[in-house]
Design a protein around this ligand. Structure first.
Ligand code: M6R
Length: 609
């Protein structure tokens, strides 16, 4: 989704802004632009398409300034075009604004401003901000900014510069992320810390309802009523290396390979000395003992992790679990009693629907917990407790390591609740906990050369198929959904995930000799039933690709292509089985020549509803 960069400091300003925009490319965008203010006034450059096109344009028209702002736009109001790309400027060409989010009252404001004589050139909601500030600006720009921001409704992170104050960047936030980076003699503003990780690790997370300015590097912050605010700084633990590809063709592949390490870190962040270690969970054990229901909400891949959590919690902790996609949850009439524990899962912690779901859940007086990967993200400020997934910075749009670490955290939550509710013996609990230490090594086995070559071969075989089906039962059903999502988002092949037992109720009609069917058929209590489902597919000439446990001799007799994973409990197997699904999607997309890290129309984190 849209990205913002701002810079004041001793370096070459356009270079820093451009580099920041390049780092934010992973968020997804369709056009970009930069504005600089300096002794020659305000200068702007914009382009449609990739940042490299903006860079080319800039080379032919090198503009500069003492402060700069940049933006990558993911179109909401108005088609991707230069006119609609940010920055937007006022009628006198003095003020420039970049904005993430949606201004809900833009039509109302626009009509008022047009009536006052302002000329609008774009179809965007953003342009209203700059004319509004212009309208309030007589002699004090700071006051004009402070007066204008509270008049905006909706979600916004904005950065503004003005030719009359070429040493200052103005900013404001309501619901869309914005963070300040403090370097040595230089200050950054961005929608995401990765934009400045190369230069600064000390950060100030701007909160909802805060505005301010960075003047000659000095930060001043206020609430929307103009009252000064003391801000806190914190240190980012991620390093800039995480935002680099390190020789991998795509970030997605690098992140698939990082999973053994990430999972080890997540285990270390949740379990120590064979006991639970949940330092930010903040829900008292006495309260947890009284919990009678769990409600889980998330979007996309995070929803699939939550769906697995439902199986884990119901089976291990014997608690009923509701699971919803956040965009549905926020607009239905859920019945939530105060003995419910609400869990929101979000890698970024910035997904608008998931954040709104937390706000809605809180109205029922329930305790809320976030499972997220990003320290300081918006969701962490909305909930009672947090469990971090410790996956490190995930740049590939297709979620990989965030998924496996989320699944692991859901498993830890299930075991923790099982222990508190005395639904598990000490011995079994220790057995499950000790199994966790083997996960990383088992994933390393899946990532061995011969296994990768097998998956590549399968990818080449099926690269031109039009449709794929993914099947699984029990914990392998959410994995079938995740496998299908991964394939469609990066390879653009149509794919559907189904509960294998549902096949005969409709989808089996799709099976023919051109339809690959990926079946997750690892050893489980439903194994025999899955084998029957595989036979049903094979009898209709379907091309079965099976993901099975090592040592399973039946599997190879019933499937066309087999991918083996190390044997494990069904819970750990759920984490292992997704790795071949990620790899299969990756290699199919790669052989089809797709831009894997920047799939069309997708944004890494969806910060608008
Ligand atoms: O940051 P979040 O976990 O809240 O993001 C949720 C989804 O947007 C995300 O998982 C999306 O489905 C991914 N592109 C899947 O690969």
């Amino acid at each position: 989704m849209c990205g913002i960069v701002g810079y004041y400091g001793k370096r070459n300003v356009p270079e820093v802004v451009l580099n920041g925009l390049k780092t934010l490319e992973y968020r997804g965008y369709d056009s970009s632009g930069m504005a600089f203010a300096g002794k020659n006034g305000l200068s702007i450059i914009k382009s449609v398409g990739k940042i490299k096109e903006l860079e080319e344009k800039f080379k032919n028209n090198p503009i500069n300034g003492t402060v700069g702002i940049g933006h990558s736009r993911w179109a909401t109001h108005g088609v991707p075009s230069e006119v609609n790309a940010h920055p937007h400027i006022d009628c006198k060409n003095k003020i420039a604004v970049v904005h993430n989010g949606i201004i809900e009252n833009f039509m109302e404001l626009k009509n008022e401003l047009i009536a006052k004589g302002h000329k609008f050139v774009s179809d965007t909601d953003t342009e209203v901000i700059v004319h509004l500030i212009e309208d309030n600006y007589t002699d004090n720009f700071e006051e004009a900014f402070k007066k204008s921001v509270p008049l905006l409704r909706g979600a916004f992170a904005i950065a503004v510069i003005c030719a009359d104050c070429p040493d200052t960047i103005f900013f404001a936030r309501m619901k869309s992320p914005l963070v300040i980076g403090i370097g040595r003699g230089e200050t950054f503003l961005a929608s995401d810390v990765v934009a400045f990780l190369d230069y600064a690790r000390e950060v100030v997370y701007i909160d909802n309802g805060q505005l301010g300015f960075i003047k000659k590097g000095k930060i001043s912050m206020f609430d929307f009523d103009g009252n000064p605010i003391k801000y806190k700084t914190s240190m980012v633990l991620w390093d800039a290396e995480m935002a680099k590809k390190n020789g991998y063709k795509y970030f997605m592949l690098k992140e698939i390979y990082e999973q053994p390490e990430c999972l080890a870190k997540t285990i270390n962040g949740t379990i120590r000395n064979n006991d639970f270690y949940l330092p930010n969970f903040n829900i008292p054990v006495e309260h947890l003992k009284k919990i009678r229901r769990i409600s889980i909400v998330a979007c996309g891949t995070a929803y699939h992790a939550g769906f697995l959590g439902k199986y884990f919690i119901e089976e291990l902790a014997k608690l009923p679990v509701d699971i919803d996609v956040a965009s549905e949850f926020i607009y239905r009439e859920p019945i939530i009693s105060d003995d419910t524990l609400f869990i929101a899962i979000s890698q970024s912690g910035e997904t608008a629907d998931t954040k709104e779901a937390v706000v809605k859940a809180r109205k029922f007086g329930v305790k809320t917990v976030a499972v997220t990967n990003v320290v300081g993200s918006s969701i962490t400020r909305e909930v009672d407790g947090v469990i971090y997934t410790n996956a490190g910075f995930e740049k590939g749009v297709a979620a990989t390591k965030s998924f496996t670490t989320q699944v692991l955290v859901m498993y830890v939550i299930a075991l923790y609740l099982a222990k508190i509710r005395e639904m598990i013996s000490e011995e079994t609990l220790l057995e499950y906990i000790s199994e966790l230490s083997s996960i990383s090594q088992k994933i390393e086995i899946i990532l061995q050369h011969k296994n990768i070559e097998n998956i590549k071969m399968i990818a080449r075989m099926y690269q031109n198929c039009r449709d794929f089906l993914f099947l699984g039962r029990n914990v392998n059903y959410p994995l079938a959904l995740e496998g299908a999502l991964k394939l469609k988002e990066i390879s653009y092949i149509h794919a559907e995930g189904y509960a294998a037992g549902e096949m005969k109720h409709g989808p089996i009609a799709l099976i023919d000799e051109n339809c690959p069917v990926v079946v997750i058929m690892t050893k489980s209590k439903l194994y025999e039933k899955v084998i029957s489902n595989v036979k049903e597919v094979a009898a209709r000439k379907g091309l079965v690709i099976g993901i099975a446990s090592e040592g399973d001799d039946t599997a190879k007799t019933v499937v066309k292509n087999l991918i083996k994973i190390p044997d494990a409990s069904p819970y750990v197997s759920a984490i292992l089985s997704v790795i071949p699904l990620q790899l299969l999607s990756y290699y199919i997309a790669d052989v089809r020549g797709c831009d894997i890290d920047q799939p069309r129309n997708l944004a890494k984190s969806v910060t608008v509803e």
